[in-house]
Design a protein around this ligand. Structure first.
Ligand code: OSB
Ligand code: MG
Length: 374
């Protein structure tokens, strides 16, 4: 496989509603898309780095620089390129995993199309539908919170995850559990708590949560292990897990009983599969996280979620929850029993609406093979 050109584009797209986490509120997304062209096909990738370095150190602007100067030149015009050897070609670049994932995943999409395989089949997926949950941001009022949950339950989603932070946790959970004693419920703190909060966090056990996601520091395993010893509720790590070794360390130390896998956070499909396999071998279930993706990242998340050990409903939900007009065709939809069909057509299985992408583009950059430069 040979890539003749890589096109980087930044598109700007407003969310249908603001999304608030413990670290801030997002209303408009700046999204970096990668198109890799080769053998007459286009593979697409989406960079999940945020507008600010709040979830991780990366931003769309750091990713742009690293892709343009390091990653794109490393894979363009290489006859021996395969999806599986992209991480090796990126090895000298430390960190910058969201930038790496955007490019690597575009190569997987391209290779799947060239081989006539679905992305799911390329990754080793075994499921033909995936179970869907929703992530609900912190709401301005309790009434709005309850209304939002009611709407998502009615839509069929199998698990409700609520963003929480000090001051928006116990009272809110009491109201939710009072109204819905039996739903599959979890919370995500995005590392908003500290060691002083241990007794407070342990008191969440009464809400019978499926899990509490990343209560403590984004780079911690040790104190999560201390907390997990005290809590009945399973801890799920998100931010802390950067690669397979982190997953092994966290499992070994009993820092968590569940792992959230995000392609961007671990540096691409290759490492996501490695984390999935490491967890599977040790009996730890995983689920696929989300990063407010457009249809391209969403399609990649669907394919990844089709792997066997994605045993819990993920944060992969309908396009319409985030976008008035998604950049793929058809948009991602969820059945009324909370399932998404895994596409079986070659590649990502959703067409990119290139005319719409072109209209939304605010900057672009082309990286061409040397042999193509006049
Ligand atoms: O921690 O899972 C997270 C969104 C932005 C940053 C971090 C997170 C999230 C979500 C959104 O929870 C999940 C989704 O895309 O539906
Ligand atoms: Mg999370």
């Amino acid at each position: 496989m040979n890539i003749d050109a890589i096109v980087m584009r930044e598109i700007n797209l407003p969310l249908v509603a603001p999304f608030q986490t413990s670290f801030g509120t997002t209303t408009d997304r700046r999204i970096l898309l990668i198109e890799v062209r080769g053998e007459g096909y286009s593979g697409w990738g989406e960079c999940v780095a945020g507008e600010h370095p709040y979830f991780s150190e990366e931003t769309i602007d750091t990713a742009w620089t690293i892709i343009a100067s390091e990653l794109a030149p490393a894979i363009v015009d290489n006859e021996l390129l395969q999806s599986g050897n992209v991480p090796k070609l990126f090895k000298l670049v430390r960190g910058n995993r969201m930038a790496k994932a955007a490019v690597e995943n575009a190569v997987w999409d391209l290779e799947a199309q060239i081989k006539g395989l679905s992305l799911s089949a390329m990754l080793g997926g075994t499921r033909d539908t995936i179970a869907c949950g929703v992530s609900i941001g912190i709401q301005p009022t309790m009434d709005q919170q309850l209304a939002k949950i009611e709407k998502e339950i009615a839509a069929g989603y199998q698990r409700i995850k609520l963003k929480c932070k000090p001051g928006w946790d116990r009272k809110m959970l009491e109201a939710v559990r009072h109204r819905w004693p039996e739903i599959l419920l979890s919370v995500d703190a995005n590392s908003a708590y500290r060691l002083n909060d241990q007794a407070h966090l342990v008191s969440f056990d009464e809400f019978r949560l499926l899990m509490i996601e990343q209560p403590l520091w984004a780079d911690d395993f040790y104190f999560h292990a201390m907390l997990q010893k005290q809590m009945e509720t399973a801890i799920c790590l998100d931010e802390s897990i950067r690669n397979r070794r982190d997953a092994l360390a966290a499992i070994e130390m009993e820092s968590c009983r569940i792992i959230n896998i995000k392609c961007g956070r671990v540096g691409g499909f290759s490492e996501a599969i490695a984390v999935h396999n490491a967890a599977a071998e040790r009996g730890i279930p995983v689920w696929c996280g989300g990063m407010l993706e457009t249809g391209i990242g969403r399609a990649h998340n669907i394919a990844l979620s089709s792997l066997e050990n994605f045993r819990l409903p993920g944060d992969v939900s309908a396009s319409s929850r985030y976008w008035a007009d998604d950049i793929i065709e058809p948009a991602v939809t969820v059945s009324d029993d909370g399932l998404i069909d895994v596409p079986t057509t070659p590649g990502r299985g959703f067409e990119v609406r290139t005319d719409l992408v072109e209209r939304l583009t605010v900057r672009s950059q082309h990286i061409r093979a040397r042999s193509m430069v006049a």
